[in-house]
Design a protein around this ligand. Structure first.
Ligand code: 5GP
Length: 200
């Protein structure tokens, strides 16, 4: 038999320091047929980051032009820089029955959920404890920089947003967290209401 279904947008959000990016990358190695949505950002590339693989690095002017033209599905200012998800790959993935991971912040998650209510699965990643989060954000034995303090305050605000998501994962043990994420993906792929066509 052949089943044609719509693609799913798996939005994964977390407070900074919860280990979300590693979790997404590891889960993608395990799962077949999930691609990663590559965002545009105005922040400079960090060492080791590759253009078109981690992000598409653009000037603020270019970014705002794309917003103006309606080419961006959602966007937000996160820690002084702009980040946005390109729209055409989302529409294509949904139409072709391909699944995408969106590693985006909570403001972006709410925009995607509102725009694609039937095709979005929103997953919230919790750090194992606030103590762990604080340790991951600060380097022990040093005073937190204003930047780290800002991230910490934002993290507390973001944790309060969890009721808005469909699923949660506690990222304590990475291997276990990857398994839970894969379980969510596989279960969502088997929801009856995603079937568009059934052929025998
Ligand atoms: P970083 O600069 O550390 O890569 O990312 C900072 C934050 O921006 C993270 O929470 C990340 O998930 C979020 N982010 C990355 N891409 C996007 C995007 O396209 N849209 C939104 N709203 N947030 C994003």
């Amino acid at each position: 038999m052949k089943i044609k279904r719509r693609g799913i947008l798996f939005v994964v959000s977390a407070p900074s320091g919860a280990g979300k990016t590693t979790l997404c990358r590891e889960a993608m190695k395990k799962l077949k047929g999930v691609a990663f949505s590559i965002s545009y950002t105005t922040r400079p590339a960090r060492p080791g980051e590759r253009e078109g693989v981690d992000y598409r690095f653009v000037k603020e002017e270019t970014f705002l032009e794309m917003v103006e033209k309606g080419e961006i599905a959602e966007w937000a200012r996160v820690y002084d820089h702009l980040y946005g998800t390109p729209l055409p790959p989302l529409n294509q993935a949904i139409e072709k029955g391909e699944d995408l991971f969106l590693d985006i912040d909570i403001q972006g998650a709410s925009q995607i959920k509102a725009k694609f209510p039937d095709d979005t699965v929103a997953i919230y990643v919790f750090p194992p404890s606030l103590k762990t989060l604080r340790e991951r954000l600060t380097h022990r034995d040093t005073d937190p920089t204003p930047e780290i303090k800002k991230r910490w305050e934002k993290a507390e605000e973001e944790i309060a947003m969890y009721p808005f998501f469909h699923y949660f994962i506690v990222n304590d043990n990475l291997e276990e967290a990857v398994e839970y994420l894969a379980n969510i993906v596989n279960a969502e792929r088997h929801r009856i209401n995603r079937i568009q066509e059934l052929k025998w």
